[in-house]
Structures are given as C-alpha cells and as structure tokens.
Design a protein around this ligand. Structure first.
Ligand code: ATP
Ligand code: MG
Length: 629
C-alpha cells in the first residue's frame, strides 16, 4: 500500500514529480488536441483544393477529349503524399479513372454512393466516413451539364504520424524536464533537510540528556536562515544548560537541607500519599525511606494517629493555613509497645497563591520529654504517698504506744474475768498488727537510701525467715530454687518489701499443707535490647484469682481481704519494680472445682548499676522524709 513519505526531502520530490507529470501530461493532451484540429482543418482545405484542381483538369481533358491526359492527371494527384487515392466518376458514381495502389480503388464505396444525392452546386465538399476516412468531392460541369465527379481521399497516416511524433517529443522533453528538475530539487531538499535533521537530532539529545553532554554546539552547515536557526538553537542549548546547572545546584541544596534537617519532615500530595520524607522522619517511623513513598500515612502508622494526621492534612488543603498539634502515638511502628509522642506542625506548600501542591509535616519527637515528665509525676506521686503514709504511721505510733501500755495495764487487773481477758488479748493482737503496719511503712521509707549490690540470700531468705512461724503453723512447704550467693544491684530494702508482699499474699492464698515455690535465675530482659538481670518467680497452689480480680490487683487500695488487707501491697511492689526498670507479670487460675488452682508472679529486675545516679535525687528526697519522722 502506498504511504506518503515522512521526510521533507521525499515529500518535496514526490510532490514535484507528481505536479510535473500531471502538468506535462495535460500540456501534451492540449497540444495533441490542438494539433489534431489544425491538421484536420489543413487537410479539409487541402482536400478541397486537390478535388477542385482534379475536377478542373478532368473537365479540360473531357473538353479536349483526351482521356489519356485525364488518367495522367488522376495518377499524379494520387501520387501526392497526402492523398491515398483519387478518382473520376460519372454522375451516377461509376468510376471512370482511378489512381491508387488500392485494389478497391476501381469502385466507389457504398458510403460515397450514398453521398452523391447530397452534392449540389459547384463547390467542393468534404465527407467524413467511418474508419477515420476523409474524402473530398467536386462536381465536373461543362456548360452547366454535370459530367462527373472528382474524388480525392486523404491519407490519414500522415496526420497520425505527425501526432505520434509530437507525442514522442512531448514525452522525451517532459521526461528530461522531470529528471533534471528532480535532480535540482533533490539538491535543494538536501540543503533544507540536513539542518532540520541536525536540529531534530539535537533536540532529542537535549531532551534525553540529564547533565551536560550531547554533541553540542551543533555544526552550522548552511549560510542561510537554517544556519541562523542552528546558531539560535546552540545559544538556547547553552542557556538551558546554564539554567539546569543552577536548578541542580538549588535542588541539591534543597535536598541537603531536607535530608540533614534535625527534625522529621514529610510531604503528602492531595491524595494524602507521601511524596517526600527525610532521614529523621524515616528513623521516627522505623521504616526505610523507600517504604514511605507513594503510601498513605495510614499504611505506615497506627490507625488512630494516622486518622488525626490525615485530618490535619485535609484541613491544610481545604483552608490553606498551617495546623500545629501535639500528636501522641502509641504503637508498634518503631519501638514495640512503647508509647511515644510527636509534636507535629502541618503547613501548606503553595506553588502559587491559592494553589496548595503538597501538605508538609514537621515532626519533633518529644517522647523522651513526655516519658520523663510521666516518670517525674509517678515519682512525685510515690513520694507524696510515702510522705503521707510515713507521717500517718509516725502519728499513729505515739497513740499506739499509749494504747499498748493501757492494754498492758488492763491485763493486770485482777477483777477481769476470762472473757474480758480474752477481749484484751484480742485487742492487744490487733494493736500489735497496727503497730507492725506502722513500723513497716516507716521502715520502707527509711530503707530507701542508696542502691547497692545484695545477695539473693539477703533479699529472699531474710523475708522467708520473717514468715517462718506462719509457714510452719499452716504446714506450708516452700521450695527454694536459687543460688543464694547470686547478687543483684538494687534498693535491697524495697526489693525485700516486694518479696514480703508477694510471699504474704501467697501465704494468705494457700490452704494448710499447700506449696509455695520461689525461684530466681540470671536472665535477659523481655526485650532483646534490655540489660541482663534476674528473673524471679513466686508461685503458689492457692485459691488463684478471677479475671476481674487479676485485672485490678495493681490498683492502690484494691483488696479482697476486707478487714485484714490494705490493698497497697501489690501497688507498692509494682511502683518499686518500675523504679528498678523491671517488669512484673502474673498468671493465675481460680479454684473452680476443675483442676488445680494457683498463682504465678514473675518479676524481671535488671542488674543495672546505672540505677544509682538516676535515683540519687529520689533517695535524697526519701531520706528527707525519714528525717522528718
Ligand atoms: N497469690 C495470690 N493468690 C490469690 N490472690 C492474690 C494473690 N496475690 C494477690 N492476690 C489478690 O490481690 C489483691 C491485692 O493484693 P495486695 O497485696 O495488693 O493487697 P492485699 O494483700 O489485699 O492487702 P495487703 O497487702 O495490704 O495486706 C489481694 O486482695 C488478693 O485478692
Ligand atoms: Mg498483700
């Protein structure tokens, strides 16, 4: 199938050849047509003249009665190059003399015979017959009497040869003209298309090149408008290269500013998809840079935080004004199960007034500050509770002493009967318990001096000794599984307090004949980055706890022991363990008649000597409490 060429060169050439071919063909047609008509006209007048001349000669030979002369005249006429045959006929059309090589020349054809009736007057007539035959006839009159006709037929071959020659000349000159003009046009097209091809290649290479390079400047191949065009193009390329260099410089500066900013930066487009983030932001989310791009905030952050951030972004796109907020995020993005807080400002990135292209987010990680504030608050709470408890215990001590003395005096009253004495015993027992609580409270705050290395024997065995009589009375077996010489850096008084609480609870929970297991082993913390320490287990075969109880045991004043418990034991233990940067966990199965019941407390305490400087202030503060007692 024919396809129109794509290059200017071939388009020009093809157009030229087409136009010239059509023009030359039209010209040749017109010329042939015109020449045919001219030849026709010439042939008609020539035939008329030849027929008239033959008629005059024939008339003369008839008048002279020289038939031989007539035959000669006819022969001479027929010998003329434009005549194919000449004849003399009588008025009825019978051929008297004929001059021709044609064997039919002796008879007049049916077409001629049919025309005889139409011949009138003395003027010559020209007839056109089928087969492109043309014949002229002239009547021969002698004294107004018609004696015959002189017929002369044209030789059409001559005209045809002339037309064919003309056509051949036209074709030859036309072809030569097309060839020469095409060759010229080829040269001109080459001069036009070469610089264009050069410019085209230059533009492509300009588009594809990132930094400098390319074959520039382009050679100026012509001293005309195209040469000027290439020069202008070269100047444009130089200016683009200059601008690119400037732009690259600015971009790399911007990139560096973004990457090295000491705050987290992230940008989102109108679909709330992240288009850019810096290293600090990636470090905050804990994901590599590439994992952010093209994703929504929801795909890289906990849902509730992402919702808030997306809300800010939408506001920025809608209102085109910055939003500043403190977003608290607790999640598994970076540090598992550890709350962290970001201070976030979201602002519009405008390309033109009223056109927000991106929303930018500036993030400052304030988790440490928030955590420190929280710790301070807790420490403050603990210290305040401690101070309160210590002062109450201190205040209670004096009346208690008086009460103990009074009860001692009362016991020695001889008038007391057995029942009254029994009540005094009970009162003394309860007062002793109150006194113990007060002492314990005071001791706890007095012992919180400085942390030191303590053996497990000091931490656990000393507490077991305290409970020896209760354990014996209730026939409770204690299984010890630890190396007494193993040491731990801690506030020994406080850790003893923890074991006293746990063992006290276990003794309360187990029925007579039950078992308590105390285990301690050096171990790693629950998260891989935690320091080494000691893992303690205090397990009992007691009544266990329901889920509702288990969920509340670390709350202050929560107890199921009604009159005998304060509900502070586990709360205080939990605070102490947190102060030591440790963990406490519990598993329990309540007695429900199906299978054994019991409770297992697990504690991890890091063997962390960095505990000392951090807690100096708190220790000093508590010493202050002690000295006020
Ligand atoms: N080993 C255990 N077995 C069963 N329940 C327990 C055990 N340890 C604690 N509990 C439950 O947890 C509650 C809270 O214990 P916590 O030590 O804080 O207070 P308490 O023992 O009731 O009172 P206090 O310790 O002041 O005497 C207890 O009342 C008890 O219901
Ligand atoms: Mg208790």
């Amino acid at each position: 199938m024919f396809r129109w060429p794509r290059t200017i060169r071939w388009q020009m050439l093809l157009s030229l050849v087409l136009i010239e071919t059509i023009s030359i063909a039209l010209f040749a047609l017109l010329l042939v047509h015109h020449e045919q008509r001219e030849a026709e006209d010439r042939a008609v007048s020539r035939l008329e003249h030849q027929a008239s001349s033959l008629a005059v000669q024939a008339r003369q030979t008839i008048v002279d009665e020289r038939p031989d002369q007539m035959a000669l005249a006819v022969k001479m006429e027929a010998a003329s190059p434009s005549v194919s045959q000449a004849r003399i006929t009588d008025p009825q059309g019978k051929v008297l003399v004929a001059g021709s090589d044609n064997p039919q020349g002796g008879t007049l054809g049916a077409e001629e015979l049919a025309q005889i009736g139409h011949i009138a007057g003395d003027a010559p007539l020209v007839f056109h017959f089928a087969g492109d035959r043309m014949e002229s006839v002239r009547p021969i009159y002698i004294d107004s009497s018609l004696r015959g006709y002189a017929w002369v037929e044209d030789d059409r071959k001559l005209v045809k040869d002339q037309i064919a020659d003309l056509l051949r000349a036209c074709l030859f000159f036309g072809g030569a003209w097309i060839v020469v003009s095409t060759a010229l046009a080829w040269l001109v097209a080459r001069r036009i298309s070469r610089p264009l091809t050069l410019l085209h290649a230059g533009t492509r290479s300009l588009m594809s090149m990132q930094q400098g390079g390319g074959d520039f400047p382009l050679p100026v191949t012509a001293k005309n408008e195209f040469g000027d065009l290439i020069l202008a193009f070269n100047r444009m390329v130089a200016s683009i290269a200059e601008q690119r260099a400037g732009l690259n410089d600015t971009l790399s500066l911007l990139d560096s500013m973004l990457a090295n900013a000491p705050i987290g930066l992230a940008f989102v487009d109108r679909n709330l998809r992240i288009v850019r983030v810096n290293q600090v932001f990636a470090a905050l989310t804990g994901l590599p840079l590439s994992r952010h791009l093209g994703r929504t905030v929801a795909a890289i952050m906990p849902a509730h935080s992402a919702e808030r951030l997306e809300e800010f972004f939408r506001r920025v796109f809608a209102e085109e004004i910055p939003v500043a907020a403190e977003v608290e995020i607790a999640g598994d993005v970076t540090i598992p199960s550890r709350a962290w807080t970001w201070l976030v400002s979201v602002y519009p990135v405008l390309t033109a007034p009223g056109q927000v292209r991106w929303a930018g987010m500036i993030v400052r990680d304030v988790s440490e500050r928030v955590r420190a504030e929280e710790t301070l608050r807790k420490t403050e709470k603990l210290a305040a509770t401690g101070r309160l408890a210590a002062s109450i215990a201190h205040e209670i001590n004096n009346p208690l002493e008086a009460l103990t003395n009074i009860l001692f005096l009362l016991r020695n009253f001889t008038t007391l009967d057995d029942a009254a004495r029994n009540y005094v015993d009970m009162a003394e027992h309860e007062v002793k318990r109150v006194s113990e609580i007060a002492q314990q409270t005071l001791r706890f705050y007095r012992q919180s001096t400085l942390p030191a290395r303590a053996t497990l024997a000091e931490l656990i065995d000393s507490v077991l000794d305290l409970y020896k009589s209760r354990l014996n009375n209730q026939s409770i077996t204690v299984e010890r599984d630890f190396d007494p010489q193993e040491t731990l850096f801690c506030y020994s008084g406080e850790i003893r307090q923890v074991f006293a609480n746990l063992l006290g609870n276990a003794i309360d929970a187990v029925p007579p004949g039950g078992r308590i297991i105390v285990r301690a082993h050096p171990s790693q913390g629950w998260c891989s980055s935690a320091p080494r320490g000691v893992r303690f287990t205090v397990a009992d075969t007691g009544v266990g706890m329901s889920r509702e109880v288990r969920e509340r045991i670390f709350e202050a004043f929560f107890t199921t022991k009604e009159s005998t418990g304060t509900g502070l034991g586990l709360w205080v233990s939990h605070e102490i363990i947190q102060k030591h940067h440790g963990h406490i966990g519990v598993h329990s199965r309540a007695a429900d008649g199906n299978g054994p019941s019991g409770t297992v407390f697990q504690i991890f305490l890091p063997d962390d000597e960095s505990l000392a400087p951090q807690t100096q202030a708190a220790a000093a503060e508590k010493q202050g409490v002690g000295s006020r007692e």
